[in-house]
Design a protein around this ligand. Structure first.
Ligand SMILES: Nc1nc2c(ncn2[C@@H]2O[C@H](COP(=O)(O)OP(=O)(O)OP(=O)(O)O)[C@@H](O)[C@H]2O)c(=O)[nH]1
Length: 215
């Protein structure tokens, strides 16, 4: 199993290691939709990219990305997480680390690997043995009280994405207040509003991530 230290040293084969970014969040918050929107933006920025998806007992999200036409299907790997999505991104990320290592071997120039967690709850967090930096995706339709609940995902992530901003008027959410409360509990660390289906806010997510992990 490689670790961040191994990877910083260029891995066993002396290859340059890819930056690894986690994308977690509750079921249906829009993690896959955000990745689908990010891929073209990252390609436009010239980033050599691969993706690892995590599903409970299927390869649904990987198949969705492979069929999307957005990315070479070979660059999408699937991890079947089993019963607890957070186990394989936090307690024992061996399967995910191995999937990332295998992508680095097959695509020696890969610069960035996105790890999508299976849908989980507000307590979900990533091990820093697996990722360098991670995003937590919540959505407006899940309720404007989510930031106030101070779940570990919301508090500890490097970037909080509040997705489905387009739904705010339909679910009675005051967006400015939700963002303000999120910023307050996160000590001013970044919070970005997105509409992953239409692409709003996605370039800002890409640039914040690239600034943190590649440049
Ligand atoms: N209106 C709206 N719908 C969205 C947005 N982002 C995602 N959706 C929809 O929300 C649903 C769930 O999106 P996914 O991307 O599958 O969510 P996910 O977090 O990957 O789901 P799991 O992997 O099952 O946890 C889909 O029907 C998406 O089309 C958005 O910004 N606005």
């Amino acid at each position: 199993m490689s670790t961040l230290d191994d990877r910083a040293a260029g891995g066993a084969e002396g290859r340059a290691a890819a930056a690894r970014v986690g994308i977690g969040g509750p079921v249906g918050s829009g993690k896959t939709a955000l990745i689908e929107a990010l891929i073209p933006v990252l390609h436009e920025r010239g980033v050599d990219l691969a993706v690892v998806t995590n599903d409970l007992v299927t390869r649904e999200d990987a198949e969705r990305l492979r069929r999307s036409g957005l990315i070479d299907p070979q660059r999408v790997s699937a991890v079947e997480a089993g019963a607890c999505p957070h186990t394989v991104i936090r307690e024992d990320p061996t399967l995910n680390i191995a999937a990332g290592d295998e992508l680095e071997v097959r695509f020696p120039g890969v610069e960035l690997i996105l790890f999508e967690s299976g849908g989980d709850n507000l307590a979900s967090t990533f091990s820093l043995d697996l990722v360098d930096w991670w995003i937590f995706v919540i959505d407006v339709a899940g309720g404007d009280d989510i930031p106030r609940k101070k779940g570990p995902g919301t508090l500890r992530c490097d970037l909080l994405v509040i997705n489905k901003q387009d739904l705010a008027p339909h679910v009675g959410v005051a967006l400015p207040r939700m963002v303000e409360e999120a910023r307050a509990v996160r000590g001013q660390r970044p919070v970005i509003l997105t509409d992953a289906r239409r692409g709003a806010g996605v370039a800002e997510v890409a640039d914040t991530m690239l600034k943190a992990v590649l440049f």
